[in-house]
Design a protein around this ligand. Structure first.
Ligand code: GRG
Length: 306
């Protein structure tokens, strides 16, 4: 079996595990229009990158998979809530998500806002209600995840402000040249913080003198991977199609969003993606052969088509 096949099989194995956890967890939710909308968005066929990262990192660190069940559910709930809110007319205003009408298109704006709120609460319910969780580990995971949600919100408002300022700039005056450093900071908050939390979270189960070094390396890796993911997202928005992406292509330029592509062009963005993937691979060196899945994942993200 080739490395690529091994990676795909392993990713599918983790995604199947997660699908069982998800349907089990959603069974305990009262059936209302809100839970229907949440189920609609959750089951629409996302890539499950974030729970896969949690689970693969747990396996790399030899933390039992069952231990990260609540955390893996929580990150996918947070991620899905952020997508629902991101698609709203007041934000990125996209009518398609995960290959189907966005939550607010199907259920209305009020229900979509509430569904996002509901999923944030469900995330912390899944995490804190996990009976396998030791209280001290649970506290660390809640701290990590809530910090990521704060960063997500802050990154999003900075993004919206930058887009609004660039629209003013088109008419003369306004933002002017945004530095690559500011864009990197926004990407790290909006996308990187949750991805970083996914790979650092499983290390909270470790104890002993080596755990701080492990967390440090994972944090570095998570930041690079998050950045890489957002750069490739920017490139795909500009170069792919709505059919392939399952969400509206060219939406960034429609919204006047500032991305690596709008600031520097596709070729420079691709070069930066390659450099960022190399940095992510470097950050994994501490884990040797045990990091094979993450290495393959970095290359997959670099070359992804959706
Ligand atoms: C409600 C938690 C919450 C936050 C509010 C709206 C918002 C603040 C933040 C939006 C952040 C955002 C949408 C960042 C983009 C991240 C990104 C590249 C998402 C696409 O992820 P994929 O491709 O999606 O993994 P799938 O559908 O495959 O899961």
């Amino acid at each position: 079996m080739t490395r690529v096949q091994l990676f795909v099989n392993n990713y599918n194995r983790l995604a199947a595990f997660f699908a069982d956890w998800l349907s089990e967890d959603m069974r305990y939710v009262m059936s209302t229009r809100l839970s229907d909308a949440a189920t609609y968005s959750l089951m629409a066929g996302g890539k499950r990158l974030r729970p896969a990262l949690v689970m693969a990192t747990a396996e790399m660190l030899r933390v039992a998979l069952e231990n990260v069940r609540g955390f893996a559910l929580a990150v996918e709930y947070i991620h899905t809530s952020s997508l629902i809110h991101d698609d709203l007319p007041a934000m990125d205003d996209d009518s398609m998500r995960r290959g189907q009408p966005a939550c607010h298109v199907k259920y209305g704006e009020a229900a979509a806002i509430l569904t996002g709120d509901f999923l944030i609460a469900r995330a912390f319910q899944a995490l804190a209600g996990d009976v396998l969780q030791q209280p001290d580990v649970c506290k660390k995971l809640v701290t990590l995840l809530s910090g990521a949600v704060v960063a997500l919100c802050e990154g999003q408002i900075l993004d919206l402000d930058a887009a609004a300022a660039s629209r003013v700039d088109d008419g003369g005056g306004g933002l002017g040249e945004e530095s690559a450093l500011e864009l990197r900071r926004r990407h790290l908050m909006k996308t990187g913080a949750l991805i970083r939390a996914c790979v650092v979270g499983p290390a909270e189960f470790l104890s002993g003198s080596k755990s701080e070094g492990v967390k440090y390396a994972l944090s570095d890796y998570g930041n690079c991977l998050g950045l890489l993911f957002q750069i490739t997202d920017d490139i795909l928005d500009a170069t792919s199609t709505t059919e392939v992406l399952g969400k509206s292509a060219k939406n960034d330029s429609k919204q006047g969003a500032l991305t690596y592509v709008s600031l520097f062009g596709v070729d420079a963005a691709k070069k930066l993606a390659q450099e960022t993937a190399d940095q992510a691979l470097d950050a994994l060196s501490l884990f040797g052969e045990d990091a094979w899945f993450h290495r393959a994942l970095c290359l997959k993200v670099l070359e992804r088509d959706k």
